[in-house]
Design a binder for this molecule. Structure first.
Ligand SMILES: C[S@@+](CC[C@H](N)C(=O)[O-])C[C@H]1O[C@@H](n2cnc3c(N)ncnc32)[C@H](O)[C@@H]1O
Ligand SMILES: [Zn+2]
Length: 275
């Protein structure tokens, strides 16, 4: 499944290391993940940092976005896939969806081999510490360390997409499912923090390599009843990077929040005549 990021040959698992036929070696960490990100300087921070990762862990564990798991499950069921499935969650964060979806599919009689990849070492470390039945790897969507045609289900939840790499690792009959925010997702939160509020742009992934076979939205409301929950929600979103002192101050004064939430689910299949 894993391929060597240096030479592209398959990696074999020897107890605490992965090794390719050319002798390139990658240690398995004490938490159980492998780092296959090339050009990875020690202590360099890629992707979400520790603060964001722990905020996301606290927020998601309250079940606020559990509707996403249900919907992903129903979508997968509707495609009548083989019961032996390889699932890759690209940009898995701290592994909430990877784990919950795997558990749900498992309970429904699927035999799942699940993989989670993220560029953030902090996220992957926390994921693999918690979810032992899933193989987690540090890597980038732009150079996925998986063999060609390996995934039956490729998942991308609020995460970046690489059309070429996604095309390469998805099986011919496999499905790519993306989840992105609906136009008014978290509108109420933005109204409380920003002077001028814009709707989120629609999902922009369109590629000649893929056919979109389904698009559906799930819209709802969410109420958070403590300042800690509001702060965690804000910290796990991209707004966290973009917010100045004035908005931070406004954020700290919010003790509860009701906001619209919404998720757009798109399903893609590989174009049969490409590659
Ligand atoms: C908004 S978070 C979503 C995480 C998870 N899917 C979830 O919904 O809980 C986006 C994730 O993409 C990761 N990410 C950003 N750039 C990436 C890249 N080039 N390759 C892989 N992951 C990346 C971040 O580290 C972060 O964990
Ligand atoms: Zn190698």
């Amino acid at each position: 499944m894993f391929v060597c990021p240096k030479c592209g040959l398959p990696l074999n698992n020897f107890e605490r290391i992965f090794k390719c036929p050319n002798g390139h070696c990658y240690d398995i960490s004490s938490q159980g993940y492998v780092n296959l990100l090339l050009g990875n300087k020690k202590n360099a921070v890629h992707g979400d940092n520790k603060l964001m990762v722990s905020a996301r862990r606290r927020f998601l564990s309250l079940g606020n976005y559990a509707v996403i798991i249900q919907k992903l499950f129903y979508i997968i069921e509707s495609f009548g896939l083989n019961k032996n499935l390889i699932l890759i969650d690209a940009g898995c964060g701290e592994g909430y969806y990877t784990n919950a979806l795997t558990a749900m599919l498992d309970a429904a009689g699927y035999n799942i081999s699940a993989y989670g990849l993220d560029v953030s070492k902090e996220a992957v470390a926390l994921a693999s510490k918690t979810y032992k039945n899933i193989s987690f790897v540090v890597g980038s969507v732009n150079a996925l360390p998986f063999s060609d045609n390996s995934a039956d289900i490729l998942l991308s939840v609020f995460a970046p997409i690489s059309e070429k790499e996604f095309f390469r690792i998805l099986k011919g009959e496999g499905i790519l499912i993306t989840v992105s925010p609906s136009p008014r997702h978290l509108y109420g939160l933005k109204e409380m923090v920003y002077d001028k509020v814009y709707e989120n742009p629609p999902p922009k992934f369109a590629s000649p390599l893929f056919n979109k076979v389904e698009e559906e939205s799930v819209l709802s409301d969410m109420t958070l009843s403590s300042p800690e929950q509001v702060n965690d929600l804000f910290t796990m979103t991209p707004y966290f990077y973009k917010t100045g002192a004035k908005e931070q101050k406004k954020l700290q004064s919010i003790s509860s929040l009701t906001t619209e939430i919404g998720f757009v689910f798109c399903v893609y299949k590989k174009q049969p005549y490409v590659g």
